[in-house]
Ligand binder design. Structure first.
Ligand code: ZN
Length: 466
């Protein structure tokens, strides 16, 4: 099969793929509530002859779809959860569909369907005997809250997969070769004694004092952790009324750093500080680790496979889409182009859609974010990229991103589908390529063992409720 045939398959299926994405966009469901969205994706995959296993890793909306037999096993991932409060119509002005309702502010409707387009195209290649092996589509819920993939990794979902190629909506077409921050999250709950705050404060012990002393301790720690580390917190419970000494108070705290071991070291220090805060305030501490993630282990070989396929896959934008893109772009108050290399910033600033593929802008860099793809990347070589689904400079989680996600974004979605299809096809048909990706993975990982950063009794549903 020529690569072009694979791309043509995606084009030929354009109409129902766009409908599928739009129907998920129109019914946005937040983390672990994505019942309809997951079902729509599963139905489409079953229709194509994929074997679908639902409810994996203890999550109703997590699923795995497989087609084919034997090795190699190549995979892609699809997210489909929406964000709370981000409801927005597909218009070039701020206009919610329903005030306060969820919306697809991160383009996950496109994400889920773009990857599905690729899985379907690769399946067709296997079906007609042009490629041998298995293609896997992992339906990964709750990216925006809790990180469903970490649970799927712990459940062994990726154990037999040889390589994964995945993407994320964005405003440029570029492979990712960078890393990001590993993270641990905690809840620190202090228990004191309530008392009348004016009449008998000597009988009280303030749980809020515990929280505040911990916060102060963290501020002093900042100077002594590596530059790239991040520690941030909010007070989730600070008491009920000012005339009552707070008997209960709680802090949610995140610790991030490029290196997983560094996160664990800093986390231990924060826990010590919490114990110190409890001692100082005469309160009891309950420290609970709620979640954790690895940073991304990059794979340059897969980045190169992606980049080559981007060069061949066509990005088609209709006139209506281009028109809407320029209207939407006008509404951006502070577009930022810092994400791409300096030499591309002018072109990005001028374009309504920045469709020209570029080289990895993040090679050798560590982004200040965390993603549950990190855990996948420590278990199987993962290639990542962004595709242009909204106008250059548009931040994710903005109303413009939601507005673009309905129709405009399907252009980048199909481009992503072609790119992933081409990359997975290369990995199925070119043994050396796959071996190089695996070799790089083994070498980068070195002797570091992956250990699930989740607490033993972690329950994804509890995490989302927090
Ligand atoms: Zn996202």
């Amino acid at each position: 099969m020529e690569k072009q045939e694979l791309f043509d398959t995606v084009e030929a299926e354009r109409s129902w793929l766009e409908d599928l994405s739009q129907s998920i966009w129109a019914d946005p469901e937040v983390a672990l509530q994505e019942y309809d969205s997951a079902e729509k994706l599963q139905d489409a995959l079953r229709e194509e002859g994929f074997e679908v296993e639902t409810g994996v890793a203890g999550m109703d909306t997590a699923f795995i779809a497989r087609y084919g037999e034997g090795d190699p096993v190549v995979g892609t991932m699809g997210e489909f959860d929406a964000l709370p409060g981000m409801s927005q119509q597909a218009t070039a002005e701020r206009e919610p569909v329903e005030e306060g309702a969820p919306g697809h502010g991160c383009g996950h409707n496109l994400f889920g369907v773009g990857s599905l387009a690729a899985a379907v195209a690769v399946k067709r290649a296997i079906e007609c005997g042009d490629a041998e092996g298995t293609v896997v589509y992992a339906g990964t819920p709750a990216e925006e809250a809790g990180g469903g993939k970490v649970y799927m990794v712990r459940d062994g979902v990726f154990d037999d997969v040889d390589a994964v190629v995945s993407w994320h909506p964005g405003w440029n077409n570029a492979p990712g070769k960078g890393s990001c921050l590993a993270v641990d999250s905690f809840e620190f709950r202090f228990e004191g004694e309530t008392a009348h705050a004016a009449a008998s404060p000597e009988s009280g012990r303030s749980a809020l004092d515990g929280v505040q002393l911990l916060g102060t301790g963290i501020e002093y720690m900042r100077e002594h952790v590596p530059q790239a580390a991040r520690i941030h917190y909010v007070v989730t419970d600070g008491g009920d009324a000012a005339n009552i000494v707070p008997g209960e108070a709680a802090m949610e705290c995140l610790v991030r750093a490029p290196d997983r071991a560094e996160v664990e070291r800093i986390s231990e220090w924060v826990k010590d500080a919490a114990e110190g805060a409890a001692l100082m305030s005469g309160t009891e501490l309950e420290a609970t680790k709620t979640s954790g993630m690895y940073g991304v282990l990059p794979n340059h070989e897969l980045g190169d496979v992606i980049r080559e396929n981007m060069a061949d896959a066509e990005f088609t934008l209709t006139e209506d889409q281009a028109q809407f893109a320029s209207e939407l772009k006008e509404t951006l108050e502070n577009p930022s182009y810092g994400r791409v290399q300096p030499e591309h910033r002018e072109a990005a600033a001028e374009a309504a859609m920045f469709t020209q593929p570029i080289d990895a802008p993040d090679e050798g860099k560590t982004g200040s974010y965390s993603t549950d793809t990190g855990d996948v990347s420590w278990n199987v070589p993962v290639g990542r990229f962004t595709a242009a689904t909204w106008p250059p400079g548009t931040p994710a989680h903005s109303w413009q991103a939601v507005a673009a996600g309905k129709e405009l974004g399907t252009a980048g979605m199909l481009f992503a589908g072609k790119t992933i299809a081409g990359a997975l096809y290369d990995l199925l048909t070119d043994e050396d390529r796959l071996a190089r990706a695996t070799g790089e993975f083994t070498q980068r990982k070195g002797d570091r063992e992956y250990e699930s950063p989740l607490p033993d009794d972690a329950d994804p549903y509890e995490l989302v409720d927090r």
